[in-house]
Design a protein around this ligand. Structure first.
Ligand code: GTP
Ligand code: MG
Length: 251
């Protein structure tokens, strides 16, 4: 093949590939962009969860602003908004709650972690760990905060067009040995009762999904060690399957 015909063949190949790529992009953009927002207390694992679905394994830092991430999950374009959980950043969360109504978000992900909130503002680890167990008081206060945050979303959620609420119970690697208690708490316990009050006056479906974004010690303290990478990936795959199922459904 001479130089000229070689270049022409190459040109056709590239043009063809280019057309295919453009067409794939058009097809994707024709699909309606789904919007999701994450809420939850500081340190429950919202940002680490976003990192995990982007297949990033680095530990994240606390969030101080709302942050939009555009994802393409198996051809589903998804816009996901991360919010800061810190108690002082209430105004930012309120604005995002207003956006729930204005921007017609379809999925709200309420992130919880059975009280295992890892924030940077604990100066003395001994306050939360006695050498064997994590402090009941510390965990209970955090669980109460999870309920408080849920109540704060209530009003806006009831006025919104949200179709699905996912309670994402993250940090399974940390609470794995207590999984029966964790399941009971979110499926039937105090959390479930609070959620039920919201559901009664709303029009969304609620699902609870256990999750693990990263296997790492809690506040530097080694935990169970009985939770492996396989279970983590199985949980991540299950979450994505559920999400595709939800996003693929016509409303
Ligand atoms: N062991 C374990 N640690 C996790 C998991 N998810 C998050 N973490 C850790 O928990 C800490 C808090 O996670 P973030 O994702 O920053 O929490 P956040 O909810 O975004 O917190 P704010 O941005 O302050 O609202 C980080 O040190 C994470 O690495 C998990 O599944 N397992
Ligand atoms: Mg964050």
């Amino acid at each position: 093949m001479g130089w000229e015909s070689f270049m022409v063949a190459l040109g056709i190949e590239f043009a063809d590939k280019f057309k295919k790529e453009i067409w794939a992009k058009i097809k994707i953009s024709l699909k309606k962009k789904r919007k999701a927002v994450l809420f939850g207390c500081a340190g429950v694992g919202k940002s680490q969860f976003i990192a995990s679905i982007q297949r990033s394994f680095e530990r994240v830092k606390p969030t101080y602003f709302s942050r939009i991430t555009q994802l393409l999950l198996d051809e589903f374009p998804l816009v996901i908004v991360d919010t800061p959980g810190h108690s002082a950043l209430e105004k930012i969360r309120q604005d995002e709650m207003d956006n729930l109504i204005k921007e017609q978000k379809e999925v709200l992900i309420n992130v919880v972690s059975y009280g295992y909130h890892e924030r940077k503002d604990i100066s003395n680890r001994n306050d939360i760990f006695d050498g064997e167990h994590f402090s009941y008081k510390f965990l209970q206060e955090n669980r109460n905060d999870e309920l408080k945050y849920l109540t704060q979303i209530k009003g806006k959620l009831q006025l919104s067009e949200v179709k699905w609420v996912i309670t994402l119970v993250t940090k399974a690697d940390i609470w794995w040995e207590e999984k029966a208690a964790v399941e009971a708490y979110y499926e039937q316990g105090r959390y479930a009762q609070e959620m039920q009050k919201i559901i009664q006056k709303s029009d969304f479906k609620h699902i609870i999904i256990p999750y693990c974004s990263i296997i790492t010690p809690f506040y530097g303290i080694k935990t169970s060690g009985r939770f492996g990478e396989e279970t983590k990936f199985a949980m991540q795959a299950h979450f994505l399957e559920t999400l595709f199922d939800i996003l693929g459904k016509k409303h």
